[in-house]
Design a protein around this ligand. Structure first.
Ligand SMILES: *Cc1c(COP(=O)(O)O)cnc(C)c1O
Length: 364
């Protein structure tokens, strides 16, 4: 079987050795005589996986003692609703609008009638950058950012400093670099881009922030409920947590989050260099100040600077023929996008950049 080089934005590529391990273990989990997806979530066999995933995450992501890890369901999108439900205390919230995912989070907050303001946005420039000079107020219930904008291909270099609790949607760059926890109070991410498969959402939060119970919030949607039960309040998504655990072990085995970050920088540089040295044939969507290491968005240009959507379609078609898939840009901005998540290896990126050079020579 030949595997495709998968540049999909999510769900996305996984290390082949992890898929093989899942295949090998799915019928008989490590000699237990049953599958991990058949085991009771109250059994020791599952509990070991559950605990290992949480402790490994703490270890490799260097999560401080006063933070808790929750493994929830509902995707990152449920967090758009759960964050205001649990953190809003009748004060004020401020958002940075850096693209579609932040807009969705703002929409959910709006429904809950909270007092909020969007203090910075890059909408005017088609979300081609992280807004500059972000200054949150000091006394907010929370401040909100999206660390990596999957659709537009922009990413924060560092998180803004604020006295207010900072909430970060890190769905598309979790575990891709070491987080400065002194600046973060709650970080969440669906697992399916950088940490495994859809079904589990990782929430890392300062304990004091999520300890409060609000009697108006449905029990299942309170952080406190999951905190008290170590994320075993109800049946957890066992397959997704098992896969998360495999990914965490894999990251540890290759040298941890710092090594993953080094590789991510190397991969992204290779691709951005190819774009920048193409003499204007390929042009990146994101401003250089905000380029994402995870999602590289670009267009093929006509001589007059307009997008050449015909050539872009041809690019995708020819790349697909060569086994490179998932390169179509998100429908909201079009163009091309290559997602270089943790599990994408440098050889995949080399294959893409060689193709890009050839394609340029043939279509100039
Ligand atoms: C994919 C994505 C989401 C949505 O995740 P779901 O798990 O599908 O709800 C939210 N935020 C960002 C930044 C994403 O990339």
């Amino acid at each position: 079987m030949s595997r495709k080089v998968n540049f999909s934005a999510g769900p996305s590529t996984l290390p082949k050795e992890i898929l093989e391990q899942i295949r090998d273990e799915i019928v008989d989990f490590r000699g237990e005589g049953l599958s991990i997806i058949e085991a009771s979530h109250r059994s020791k066999v599952y509990d070991d996986i559950h605990s290992e995933a949480i402790s490994l995450l703490r270890e490799i992501y260097k999560i401080p003692e006063d933070f808790e890890v929750l493994l929830l369901q509902g995707g990152a999108s449920l967090q758009f609703a759960m964050v205001p439900m649990n953190l809003y205390r009748g004060g004020k919230v401020e958002f940075v609008d850096s693209g579609s995912w932040s807009s969705k989070a703002i929409k959910e907050a709006k429904i809950q009638n909270i007092n909020f303001e969007t203090i910075a946005s890059s909408k005017e420039t088609s979300y081609d950058r992280i807004p500059e000079n972000i200054e949150f107020s000091d006394d907010l219930d929370y401040a909100y950012i999206t660390s990596n904008n999957t659709i537009y291909g922009t990413e924060y270099r560092e998180f803004p400093e604020t006295k207010s609790p900072l909430v970060v949607d890190a769905s598309s760059d979790i575990l891709s670099y070491q987080v400065d926890w002194s600046r973060v109070d709650l970080l969440f991410a669906g697992a399916q881009k950088n940490a495994g498969v859809a079904g589990v959402t990782v929430v890392v939060a300062r304990r004091e922030l999520i300890e409060r119970e609000s009697s108006k919030t449905p029990i299942i949607l309170r952080y406190k409920t999951h905190l008290d039960k170590n994320s075993l309040y109800n049946t957890p998504p066992v397959f997704a947590i098992y896969t998360l655990n495999l990914i965490l072990n894999w990251i540890k085995s290759i040298g941890g989050v710092d090594e993953v970050h080094r590789r991510n920088q190397q991969k992204a540089k290779l691709l951005y260099d190819t774009i920048d040295s193409s003499g204007g044939f390929y042009v990146g969507h994101a401003d250089k100040s905000s380029r994402s290491l995870m999602n590289v968005t670009f267009n093929i240009k006509n001589g007059d600077g307009s997008n050449n959507s015909e050539l872009e379609a041809k690019f995708i078609k020819e790349a697909t023929k060569l086994g490179m898939v998932g390169l179509k840009g998100h429908r909201s901005i079009g163009g091309l996008r290559a997602s270089l998540y943790n599990a994408m290896d440098i050889d995949g990126v080399k294959q893409l950049t060689q193709f890009m050079d050839n394609f340029k020579s043939k279509n100039l």
